[in-house]
Design a protein around this ligand. Structure first.
Ligand code: LCV
Length: 259
């Protein structure tokens, strides 16, 4: 049973996250299907892509598949992690990706939506980034995605509280381009996509890549890199990380000790 649906019409590709039983948790299998769909739709001439869940979804995506997070001793968000692969695939995709957001956008799925180029939400859409709820040290490129899209105080509120913010709050800080009622959001997003595909694809593709390179351009000394890796290791080696995973599987609130 495929975990996504795809479509292509008038140079606009669509990828629908459709693993409802697992609330579109971003499992390796789901992300592999998304990556394959990106390649296939681009190969068939897509000049813009829409990433969405089925109409009326209460959960757009529950974020990283928690059952696939590694136990202590391994970076849970290393370079090869499926969530990192998906974020990079969207950011380096040569055509604009429009996020059609309905329902709750959780954890790493929040970063996936922020990696998209244009975000359109319904009034009930919410955004939550939850590493602090699982005892996870979010990774550096992931934090860069967040601070490139969000004002720092809003990024800190999301990261430190692990609580959702509303679409209205997201619109207010400019991270969501538009809010549209559920019955209007799809036609609106596709009308936006049509405006994009009517323009020069090479110009758009190069400007998207220029913006990716510009917004990712940060100097970092080897010492700074190693200090950050050391800090993150103390977190994913902690008992709190184990408690975060355990509490999710046992469907209970975590009790963190700070060690
Ligand atoms: C695996 C899941 C998940 C899931 N993984 O439905 O940002 S970071 O750093 O934390 C990053 C590592 C990350 O993205 O971590 C994941 C962050 N995500 C979350 O914290 C959201 C966890 N999920 C939920 O809070 C709830 O599932 C929501 C509110 C999304 C939906 O609640 P609802 O009551 O509608 P259930 O919780 O009953 O979930 C339905 C099924 O989906 C599984 C969950 O285990 C359940 O499976 P079973 O039916 O087998 O029990 N599921 C949900 N989220 N992230 N599996």
């Amino acid at each position: 049973m495929p975990l996504i649906e795809t479509a292509l019409a008038e140079h606009v590709g669509t990828i629908v996250l459709n693993n409802i039983a697992k609330r579109n948790a971003l499992s390796e299998a789901l992300i592999e299907e998304i990556s394959d769909a990106l390649t296939e739709l681009l190969g068939r001439g897509a000049r813009a892509l829409v990433l969405r869940a089925p109409a009326g979804s209460k959960v757009w995506s529950a974020g990283h598949d928690i059952s696939e997070l590694p136990n202590a001793g391994r970076d849970p968000l290393g370079w090869g992690d499926s969530l990192r692969v998906l974020v990079r695939a969207i950011q380096s995709c040569r055509v604009p990706v429009l996020a059609l957001l309905e329902g709750g956008v959780w954890g790493g799925a929040c970063e996936v939506s922020l990696a998209c180029d244009i975000l359109v939400a319904t009034p009930d859409t919410t955004f939550a980034i939850t590493p602090a709820k699982l005892g996870i040290p979010y990774n550096l490129s992931g934090l860069l995605t967040l601070v490139n899209a969000l004002p720092l105080p809003v990024a800190k509120e999301l990261l430190f509280t692990a609580q959702p913010i509303t679409a209205a709050q997201a619109l207010n800080c400019g991270v969501v381009n538009y809010i549209k009622p559920p019955e209007e959001i799809a036609p609106f997003v596709y009308s936006l996509a049509q405006k994009i595909v009517a323009n020069a694809p090479l110009s758009i593709s190069v400007m998207k890549e220029e913006l990716r390179l510009l917004t990712g351009a940060r100097a970092m000394s080897p010492e700074l890199f190693e200090r950050i890796q050391g800090l993150r290791r103390t977190v994913y080696d902690s008992a709190d990380y184990q408690e975060g995973l355990q509490s999710f599987h046992e469907k209970r609130k975590p009790i963190f000790q700070g060690s």
